[in-house]
Design a protein around this ligand. Structure first.
Ligand SMILES: Cc1cc2nc3c(=O)[nH]c(=O)nc-3n(C[C@H](O)[C@H](O)[C@H](O)COP(=O)(O)O)c2cc1C
Ligand code: SF4
Length: 646
């Protein structure tokens, strides 16, 4: 593949990008009080060193009431010095720095910011299906308050320039304050800041004019807009193109095109979406204007990136999670080191889900991501190479085996291929990319002189014969079959067997347990053929342990199906002869003519070898699901920790 088009320079106003890779603005939640921390500098500098042409620091807050949690602040001149440390770190690597300045508007809460949210009109953000929205009704800003806010943005841009940022980007997207003024859905004002298109654009117009007064005409100013808000009555593609043309006339140097608004399902897309999911929106804007257009949304594969440029859909590529997963992506691509790239799989588990909980951004696959300043996470060669036996080739075991410490490592798994339960997680619809995660880890194992034994169930006798210095037990988990009367019958099967294809389901199915495994197994069966499916869940929601955005997508599928019945607050009391009795909201019900009952009631550690190994007196580390069944993010992290600990 000829990737050279991706490494052509691009002019943005007076700036020149050295290639087409821009790190997308991402608020990484590495601060508690809005100040720049060493942790964030280390994280950002690592990405600058990896070869991106520009890094946009996401959502720097222009006023404390606009804080959605964990943001950097630029509300005061006292912030400039800290931000300067950040721009210096970026500049050390021949990379440009941009500041995205931001106010959350209605998309925050009193609990988060300490202030009542403000907005053009008093509408709280949309409550999400099946999820608790904790948003307060916002205060509709008075005309004077809007004018005061114009000054906050303008001073924020001025401070960004003073802190050494090469460009300032106004966050005019995702339903936050500026876009809330632009959108007919959220702006119902009757003063000069609402009503017509020009009225709705007045807020951003005044901000841009005031910024120009403060920083001059030459300082590059960009806007991030949505190509479509994806809400009825909101900004659609035609209106987005009008907004783009209007902003271009105001002298904007570039436009960055994103999509959606809270709850951000296509703003930060997930495995339900294809690569380049929002590219058509960038193309629509690029057709409307002459300034450079940046596209975003899973543009993290070289073929998609090349097609985006060659087909004229975008001028530059905003890559977010791709650079969280692999900071060196641009460099590795240029050097042709494709096999070394850690591909983001859009799971959102290590990054976006954490940021939604105001926890610092990390990556499920790349344990170093978000830990750049933590020395103890950097693998160092072992002082004395040891014989390490890793039993279990799931994510935890593979990560532990591939610790690169110079030990003599053997890796054992009873299955025919490495991957463990994560291979099963890849089976339900839209979850195929979990297999990419397995492949990545297996590739890492394959690069090292690790003695891999597949399709081999290790016995205690073999452990004794191998006589290792240390054993890492990563044998995973086994399904829990709850002590329900009738659960031993033939038509009752574990969800894992259905996912593995070793058990078949009939036409009328009951799934006991509506957590991630149960819900996704039900989804698989729903897509396979016409079936009547009942999910029985004790809690009051289905798929509660799924990543939030995937859960929203899954619940939409279920809501749109007449064959799927989600029975929450339901407890199974007995499985009879092809029937299931349950208590639901205090009433007994019976589901009859059931062909298959699928048990998805959790898992317990598989510790068959543990006591025996302990009795051999060997150093033993138990990791992953064998320690406690959990998601693969923690399993991989534990694998890395164990790899360092032996
Ligand atoms: C953890 C995280 C934080 C984000 N924060 C911001 C932000 O502050 N401002 C913004 O405009 N977009 C933000 N985004 C959206 C990204 O800029 C980007 O458009 C989106 O993730 C899609 O690109 P990707 O698929 O390459 O990650 C964030 C995304 C993630 C994953
Ligand atoms: S946690 Fe998942 S979505 Fe986030 S960067 Fe890593 S692989 Fe990508």
């Amino acid at each position: 593949m000829n990737v050279s088009p991706l490494f052509q320079p691009l002019d943005i106003g007076r700036l020149t990008l050295k290639n087409r890779f821009i790190m997308a603005p991402m608020s990484v939640h590495m601060t508690e009080d809005g100040s720049v921390t060493d942790k964030e500098i280390a994280f950002i500098e690592r990405r600058a060193a990896g070869g991106a042409a520009m890094i946009i620091i996401g959502s720097i807050c222009v006023r404390p009431d606009g804080n959605f949690g964990g943001q950097l602040f630029i509300e005061d001149d006292g912030r400039t010095e800290g931000l300067r440390r950040l721009t210096d770190a970026i500049h050390r690597h021949d990379c440009l720095a941009a500041a995205q300045i931001h106010h959350a508007g209605r998309e925050t809460s009193m609990r988060t910011s300490g202030y009542r949210p403000v907005a053009p009109s008093p509408f709280p953000p949309e409550a999400v299906a099946g999820l608790q929205a904790e948003y307060d009704p916002p205060h509709a800003m008075s005309t004077k308050e809007v004018r005061d806010m114009v000054e906050c943005y303008a001073q924020g841009a001025r401070r960004a320039r003073d802190a050494g940022f090469d460009m300032c980007e106004l966050h005019c997207a995702h339903g936050y304050l500026i876009s809330a003024f632009m959108s007919p859905l959220t702006n119902r004002r009757t003063d000069e800041y609402g009503g017509s298109f020009l009225g709705r654009m007045r807020f951003v117009t005044e901000i841009i004019r005031r910024i120009r007064e403060l920083v001059g005409k030459e300082y590059p100013l960009a806007c991030r807009i949505v190509g479509d808000e994806l809400r009825e009555g909101g900004i659609d593609m035609a209106l987005a193109a009008d907004i783009a043309r209007y902003l271009e006339k105001l002298g904007i140097a570039a436009l960055s095109v994103s999509a959606g608004m809270f709850p951000f399902v296509r703003t930060v897309s997930n495995m339900y979406h294809r690569h380049g999911v929002n590219l058509y929106l960038a193309e629509n804007i690029r057709d409307a204007v002459h300034v450079p257009v940046f596209a975003a949304g899973q543009l993290d594969r070289p073929d998609i990136q090349l097609a985006a440029l060659e087909k004229g859909k975008a001028d530059a590529l905003c890559v977010g999670r791709g650079l969280i997963a692999d900071p060196d992506y641009p460099r590795k691509l240029r050097e042709g080191r494709i096999d070394d790239i850690i591909w983001c799989i859009a799971c959102n588990k290590g990054c976006h889900d954490r940021s939604a909980e105001d926890r610092s951004v990390k990556c499920a696959l790349n344990v170093m991501s978000g830990r750049e300043s933590e020395r103890e996470f950097t693998p160092e060669p072992a002082r004395r190479p040891q014989r390490v036996m890793v039993i279990g080739g799931g994510p935890a075991g593979m990560q532990a085996a591939a610790a690169r410490r110079g030990h003599m490592v053997s890796l054992w798994d009873e299955r025919r291929e490495l991957g463990g339960r994560l291979r099963l997680a890849a089976v339900p619809p839209h979850k195929e990319r979990y297999a990419e995660a397995c492949d990545y880890l297996a590739r890492e194992v394959g690069k090292l002189p690790i003695d891999v034994h597949l399709f081999h169930k290790v016995t205690l006798k073999e452990v004794r014969e191998q006589n290792p210095d240390a054993v890492i037990l990563a044998t995973g988990s086994v399904p829990v079959i709850p002590p329900v009367e009738g659960a031993e019958q033939d038509f009752v099967v574990p969800a894992d067997d259905v996912l593995a294809g070793t058990a078949q389901a009939g036409r009328r199915v009951v799934v006991i347990g509506g957590g991630a495994v149960g819900a996704e197994t039900a989804h698989l069966l729903l897509e396979q053929e016409q079936r009547e499916i009942y999910i029985l869940e004790m809690r009051d929601g289905i798929g509660i342990d799924l990543p939030q955005d995937s859960r929203i997508c899954l619940l939409r599928v279920f809501e749109n199906s007449t064959d799927m019945h989600c029975l929450t607050n339901s407890r199974v009391t007995c499985v009879g002869d092809h029937c299931v009795t349950l208590m639901r909201d205090g009433h007994e019900e019976c589901l009859e003519r059931i062909d298959t009952v699928i048990m998805a009631a959790g898992a317990r550690p598989d510790l068959r070898l543990k006591t025996g190994i302990e009795s051999l007196g060997l150093k033993l580390l138990v990791i992953g699901d064998a320690d406690a069944p959990r998601d693969y993010v923690k399993a991989i992290r534990q694998g890395a920790e164990a790899g360092r600990a032996v």
